[in-house]
Ligand binder design. Structure first.
Ligand code: PLP
Length: 641
């Protein structure tokens, strides 16, 4: 098939918005394949997704697969640190930036390792919010002079680990989330004679806008009120530990959509810092938390899946906001810390899944030829169909067809219509809808009822993956994630479809797509061709999605490939590592099954049938091997070759 001539790469770009959400890393190549430029500073390194797909297939790896571009992680770390360095220089800010990466956003060892490595020249550190994360941070943060910021609720062990870190020469900041933690920390610090670095999280009244706005305000789960902050400073002074108080922290929520809330929170936080300074507490750092957003829908707006600012604008707002307050209040500029997680990791990974089938309401048909003494509803429906033409009032045809279909169903329930007649009516109904769809295809205006019809006529593409494992936020909080084909974008996509996954759960679907500035329920994709696998990508899954997935229906973790770019390589990349996803055995074991015992149990059943002469011994061995191979295999579908 030759590509339609009235379709260009620009049209594909407009439809899929690749460069709007791609952060400079993704574009559509002239061959219609998605291309990745992992280092925006070196656009000559360009990876073709078609080649990545071939290599994954050559490796014999089964889909779905998570593809990680390590160079994008590095580039994002560099970009954030450079943005701060630039803003600090341009504003004449007299303090440094020392960011930390919050482990909870993507805890995968390879991800954390890459970020620490890329952050070395910037003294970039880690943030931990739980004991397990703290244990990881203690071992992983090897960057000289960097901070390790400890948020979240803490127990005695947590505090002891932090003090142990101090003993090992690490700059661990214990951020007090709740007043009683301060008492615990001071007691342990004295007992062990180790000076802690203390931070305080302030409850800020400025609220973030977006899905996470309850992270700020009076009812926030974390942080000290102004009264508690004052009491804490008095307590530290009384205990002779006021010199340990070094950092003021606040975090008003993730994915801040509006730059105004960033500015409000920063100036409120800076004001508290300045006031503390005047009270004699010379803090070293102001930590503005996370919240730097990602433009998932490509609209650069305050919609929930977007944000109305760039990374550089965010950074400048932080630097200038703190500077302004400090200059006004006559206090020194503090060191700046931020805890951006989403912004560092979102772009670096995507989920590649194969479409394994198409589901259409109208795909089945029966012969609708008239026969003697058929029901009048059937004749009426056929009359509409055969009467469709230039002169037809389409709206009336739609209304009549819909009414006859409803009446037919009632008639069937009353046993005056036979099942075969109902099937004929249904077939004719969908044939009429198909014709109407054709008629309205290029119309400027489509009557409201008919829009519903469009959706009913759309296909559902069955994707070999689980929304619950790979796109948790899409299911849980309606987070929009960009979807695009990986190849064939030089062809006009002709199938409007929504996506459904392979779980036995009606919620396992994706039916929200950003097309231009609109959110639609269907996305145009390409027709499936026999014998040719069709792959789509779910993008910007590197933050949260990668690690928050659950095992609904016992679909486990995905196979992973780690792609590195290499200018010397003819294809500009190599796959450094393949990480096997969960096997059936793995997920069953987590749920307390014993796969070995299960295999023995099934073998006993087979042996019994063999003994009874129902199954030949050779066949018994084959069934046994097959069961064992499946239990050791991948949890996802194996598409037909
Ligand atoms: C979750 C969290 C972050 C990360 O937020 P992002 O919006 O992903 O950058 C930072 N700090 C704290 C305290 C958090 O809870």
């Amino acid at each position: 098939m030759t590509p339609a001539t009235d379709w260009t790469i620009e049209d594909a770009e407009k439809l899929y918005g690749v460069s709007r959400w791609g952060g400079g890393y993704f574009r559509i190549g002239d061959n219609g394949n998605l291309q990745i430029t992992p280092d925006p500073g070196n656009p000559s390194v360009r990876i073709d997704f078609g080649s990545v797909l071939s290599e994954i297939q050559q490796e014999g790896l089964q889909f779905p697969v998570v593809v990680r571009f390590h160079d994008i992680l590095r580039a994002q770390v560099t970009q954030l640190n450079t943005a701060f360095a630039n803003a600090i220089e341009q504003s004449g800010y007299r303090g440094e930036y020392q960011g930390v990466y919050p482990i909870k956003v993507n805890q995968m060892r390879e991800v954390v390792e890459e970020i620490v490595y890329a952050g070395k020249p910037f003294r970039y550190g880690l943030e931990a919010g739980s004991k397990a994360e703290l244990l990881a941070a203690l071992a992983m943060n090897t960057n000289d002079g960097s901070l390790t910021v400890l948020n979240g609720y803490k127990d005695e062990e947590f505090m002891r680990l932090a003090l142990m870190g101090r003993r090992l020469g690490n700059r661990m900041v214990v951020v007090v989330e709740k007043y009683s933690e301060l008492l615990l920390l001071v007691r342990l610090a004295k007992e062990l004679a180790i000076d802690p670095i203390i931070g305080m999280r302030a409850k800020i009244t400025a609220k973030g806008r977006g899905k996470w706005e309850s992270s700020g305000g009076d009812r926030a789960k974390f942080g000290l009120t102004i009264t508690e902050i004052i009491n804490a400073t008095r307590y530290l002074k009384d205990e002779g530990m006021d010199h340990c108080l070094k950092l003021l922290h606040f975090h008003i929520g993730s994915q801040l959509t509006d730059i105004r809330s960033v500015k409000e929170a920063v100036s409120e936080g800076a004001m508290i810092y300045a006031e503390l300074h005047r009270m004699g507490f010379a803090l070293d750092y102001v930590d503005v938390g996370g919240g730097l957003g990602i433009d998932y829908d490509g609209t650069a707006s305050t919609s929930e899946s977007s944000r109305n600012y760039t990374m550089q604008e965010y950074v400048s707002s932080v630097v200038q906001g703190v500077q302004e307050v400090c200059d006004l209040e006559g206090v020194p500029h503090p060191g700046l810390v931020s805890e951006s997680g989403r912004a560092i990791t979102a772009h670096h990974s995507c989920v590649v899944t194969q479409i394994v089938g198409e589901i259409r309401t109208d795909s089945a048909q029966v012969d609708t030829a008239a026969c003697a003494d058929e029901h009048i509803l059937l004749s009426n429906m056929r009359d509409i169909y055969t009467g469709l033409g230039e002169q037809t009032n389409m709206q009336a045809a739609f209304n009549d067809a819909s009414r006859y279909k409803e009446q037919a169903l009632d008639a069937f329930k009353l046993r005056v219509l036979r099942l075969e007649e109902l099937a004929k009516i249904e077939t004719l109904y969908w044939q009429i809808m198909e014709r109407l769809h054709h008629y309205y295809q290029d119309a400027d205006y489509i009557p409201e009822e008919l829009q519903e019809m469009e959706r009913n006529l759309s296909s559902q593409y069955l994707c070999n993956f689980s929304v619950f494992q790979s796109a948790a936020d899409s299911w849980a909080i309606d987070q929009l994630l960009p979807v695009a084909p990986l190849t064939r974008m030089d062809e006009k996509p002709q199938v409007s479809c929504s996506l459904v996954d392979i779980t036995c759960d009606s919620d396992g679907k994706i039916d929200q797509f950003a097309i231009g500035r609109e959110i639609t329920q269907v996305l145009p994709l390409h027709k499936l061709r026999a014998g040719e696998p069709y792959f789509i990508g779910l993008f910007l899954t590197g933050a949260y999605q990668d690690v928050m997935g659950d095992m609904h229906n016992l679909f486990g973790r995905l196979n992973e490939v780690h792609v590195f770019c290499d200018d010397e390589d003819p294809q500009d990349f190599y796959i450094e590592e393949i990480v096997q996803g969960s096997s059936v055995k793995d997920v069953l074991t987590i749920m307390q099954y014993n796969p070995q015992a299960m295999t023995s149990d099934v073998k006993r059943m087979i042996d019994k049938q063999v003994a009874a002469g129902q199954i030949k011994p050779r066949e018994g061995v084959r069934w046994n091997d097959f069961y064992e191979a499946c239990i050791n295999g991948y949890t996802y579908l194996k598409p037909q070759k």
